[in-house]
Design a protein around this ligand. Structure first.
Ligand code: PHE
Length: 445
């Protein structure tokens, strides 16, 4: 039976769902931890530049492709070109990225879920004891697999619910709540700890001596990851849009909110890091170690809602990743939504076990690393940027000028700026950063 594809019920519903996709673990878990690992300000600056020069034009492009084609991320590339267009490969690359990203994303989200229960029990003891809980969880394969199972189950259940009932309804309630609690944490960090000022200078005072080619690559990769770009998520969400106007405005709002949330999380977390005299470079465990130390003092009324909302922020992102994958099979293979979601979600779940079992390591870039890090590194730093680079070329050079203008809603100066960015600036920037990250250019060591 052919099911209708579904639509967002309102424009605001779309913006919330798309922001829900963008805002997730990338902002609250990953941004602070990689900023800590790469030494702060200079990394943040490159990331912000990437959001503006690469992220925003690409977000507009993906929304244009999605809304115009009204198709999933694979078929969309054919629809705006021709049947059997080779550009379809870009869509497939996106589906592949979705598989990999969701597999490890669900493991981290599972940790957030586990922390809800730790928060209910309450954090107590010395700082070492509290931070040590993270190793106890991440290092315990059966626990991590169990939480990953639960989280993937929730993701699958929502995606089966479909566009309006599943994706949109949840985002509407959860995103605003997350904003409020994060704002509270940031205010607390800034004004009620001794680390506030140090956090601000760590994040915003660039020390360029810390900027390696790898930091630049990761900053760019993160811009893709956090804005959900380069794998067709915004194409897919755009394809459920009907209304004509306002793509530029939507893209600006989504990127702005996403960046704001990341910076708020950064300030909140680094205030605590400095207040308690911890090390900024704590890798994947950063938020799971620092926040509970504060929560031990503030109590459950703040820790429980925080981890609930973190889990939900992760959910609204996870569903968008799974949606990219299932939309293709619903549109093209005419699978029922239920069958597509269960089957594909199930496979992703199995791949995720590799990441959940932290002990399994393989040699990668000169050392033994777990699958979570490897999957994250390859998908964020290479697959998403390459997908984004190709999408950019596609929109700049393949899609008909008239289509772009009518979707963008004008042909004036703003449109010209976008055209120039898409043709010359964005793809070149992505290309250079990738080559530089592969050490093929002599720019920065
Ligand atoms: N943007 C999401 C986050 O920051 C992750 C994501 C990546 C979602 C790619 C969709 C596509 O958590």
């Amino acid at each position: 039976m052919l099911e209708s594809r579904g639509n967002w019920s309102t424009k605001a519903g779309f913006i919330l769902a798309a922001s829900g996709s963008a805002i997730g673990l990338g902002n609250i878990w990953k941004f602070p931890y990689i900023t800590g690992d790469y030494g702060g300000g200079a990394f943040v600056l490159v990331y912000l530049i990437c959001v503006a020069v690469i992220g925003l034009p690409l977000m507009i492009s993906e929304l244009i492709v999605g809304r115009r084609s009204q198709k999933n991320a694979v078929t969309a590339f054919e629809k705006l070109h021709r049947e059997n267009s080779p550009w379809k490969i870009v869509g497939w690359l996106g589906v592949a990225s979705g598989f990999i990203i969701l597999s490890f994303y669900s493991v981290v989200a599972g940790w957030a879920l586990a922390y809800i229960f730790k928060a209910i029990v309450g954090f107590s003891g010395t700082a070492e004891q509290i931070t040590g809980q993270f190793g106890g969880l991440a290092g315990n394969a059966s626990d991590s697999v169990m939480w990953h199972t639960l989280f993937m189950g929730m993701t699958i259940a929502i995606v089966i619910g479909g566009v309006k009932g599943g994706l949109e309804r949840w985002s509407k309630i959860l995103m605003p709540s997350l904003f409020i609690i994060l704002f509270g944490l940031m205010t607390y960090g800034l004004f009620f700890t001794n680390g506030g000022m140090q956090a601000v200078s760590f994040l915003f005072k660039p020390d360029f001596s810390k900027l390696t080619s790898e930091a630049i690559l990761s900053a760019m990769g993160h811009a893709f990851f956090t804005l959900s770009l380069g794998m067709g998520a915004m194409i897919t969400y755009g394809s459920y849009l009907k209304t004509q106007e306002g793509i530029l405005k939507d893209a600006i709002i989504i990127s702005f909110l996403d960046t704001l949330i990341a910076l708020m999380a950064g300030i909140a977390i680094f205030s605590l890091v400095f207040h308690y005299g911890m090390e900024p470079g704590q890798s994947v465990g950063l938020i799971f170690k620092t926040l509970p130390v504060l929560f031990a003092e503030t109590g459950r009324w703040i820790s429980v809602p925080f981890f609930i909302l973190l889990t939900f922020a992760a959910l609204t992102s996870a569903i968008s990743i799974l949606e990219v994958v299932v939309a293709y099979f619903i549109d093209e293979k005419h699978w029922s939504r239920k069958k597509a979601t269960l089957l594909l979600g199930g496979i992703i779940y199995l791949v995720g076990i590799l990441s959940a079992v932290g002990k399994w390591t393989v040699p990668f870039r000169g050392s033994d690393q777990g699958f979570l890090d490897i999957f994250d590194y390859i998908s964020t730093n290479y697959m998403l940027p390459i997908g984004g680079f190709l999408t950019c070329l596609y929109v700049a050079y393949v899609v008909d000028e008239k289509i772009k203008q009518s979707e963008f809603g004008s042909s004036g100066a703003l449109y010209m700026t976008l055209s120039i960015l898409l043709r010359f600036v964005t793809p070149v920037a992505v290309f250079i950063v990738i080559l530089n990250g592969l050490d093929l250019l002599p720019f920065v060591e």
